[in-house]
Design a protein around this ligand. Sequence first.
Ligand code: SF4
Ligand code: SF4
Length: 461
Amino acid sequence: MVRIDKEYIQNLLSEAKGADDAQITGILDKAERLAGLSHKEIAALLVSENPTHLARIFAIAGQIKKHIYGNRIVMFAPLYVSDYCVNKCTYCSYNCAHTFGRRKLTLPEVREEVKHLEQMGHKRIALEAGEHDAECPLDYILDCIRTIYDMKFENGAIRRVNVNIAATTVDNYRRLQEAGIGTYILFQETYDKDIYEKVHTAGPKKDFAYHLTAFDRAMEGGIDDVGAGVLFGLADPYFEVMSLMLHNEHLEARFGAGFHTISMPRLCPADGMDMKAFPNLVDDDTFEKIAAIIRLAVPFTGMILSTRENRAMREKLLTVGVSQLSAGSSTEVGGYAKRAMHKEAMPQFRVTDERTAPEIISELLDSGYLPSFCTACYRSGRTGDRFMALAKSGQIKNVCLPNALMTLAEYAMDYGDDAFREKAHKAIDTSIKGIGNEKVQTQTRTNVDKIISGGGRDFYL
Ligand code: SF4
Ligand code: SF4
């Protein structure tokens, strides 16, 4: 079982302050070779305040990002299906002590929301729900997943449903796996047990050990890909990073694959909570440093950023490691349909990046990134240790880039205007030459041409 020993971590962080230049240089050299880092090595980087080391941390994070992820950014959006919740998390507006008109989507409403998401061009969504066995049982979640996968549009379908629901049993995880979910996402929120118990004042989520062992049960239930995260701002951020890494090491040792993704949410204002009640808020510089160190530590783990962060921060973090972004997000049940009717939002938390999906996607392209709508690995059975083996061999980019280009071509044709198409085609023409394997390059060109001429869709490697 994963064990988070606070004293052990705090001792490591305090001893790490004694690391000399040669030790840190050795750690950074290792990171530069894409070898990943152990939690002990990470401790030394976290506590280092030497500007020369810090500059090298950022430089290597940028190199790793470029080498493994190129200029591709995988796009997704959340879909909130129910805000019923039995928990009292002090940082969340869905906290059961808050009074507001709660709801869950009917299946026709799920279809309506998915229609709006599809119209934005999304192919990958994260299904989100509060914890409430009576109002939102697993059967309902499974119905939602089936409903989403059953929907086919003129321009395709939602091809991957990642799921972010409360910690549950091995049997329930097995049922989620059988429903064909992509990644199972669960944020630990904080690994500091004392703070965990303070901010989760009531409800099943209060059980720290049950929450902490959820990924073990998920993997026992057959789920290959799990996505972790902490809510930065609840506890000491260095302690959280160390704990994330220990958790990852535990899963690698026990199941042969650690986190598929790490999300980077930072505490932000929500209705019914007071930011002043949280003394561990993380400033921008520390947040950036943490993101870069995570990139060094687990080079093959996707890093996800949501619309909690403003545009400037999102752009900064893209350069040091973030590889997946949400766009056009609503963090409210029924929020996409509501937005289409220009009704006032009542979100779970306030989004800071309020640009529309087309604006974000177009601006990414202008900044030299390739927005990708790829969902290929999950559909080709490249999950868990199979995914990690391909990623670590360096071969993954030979499928990521062609898939990014083919899905971008689809997006441009199906959702872009003339101006967007022109710049997307230009970016595709340039980037296609970067595909190392000649056969794959030719295949990608043929498929992109078919997409542009209306001769086919949904090609992937
Ligand atoms: Fe419920 Fe999740 Fe919000 Fe906690 S964070 S109150 S479990 S929806
Ligand atoms: Fe992700 Fe796999 Fe697609 Fe690459 S090929 S972007 S790893 S789904």
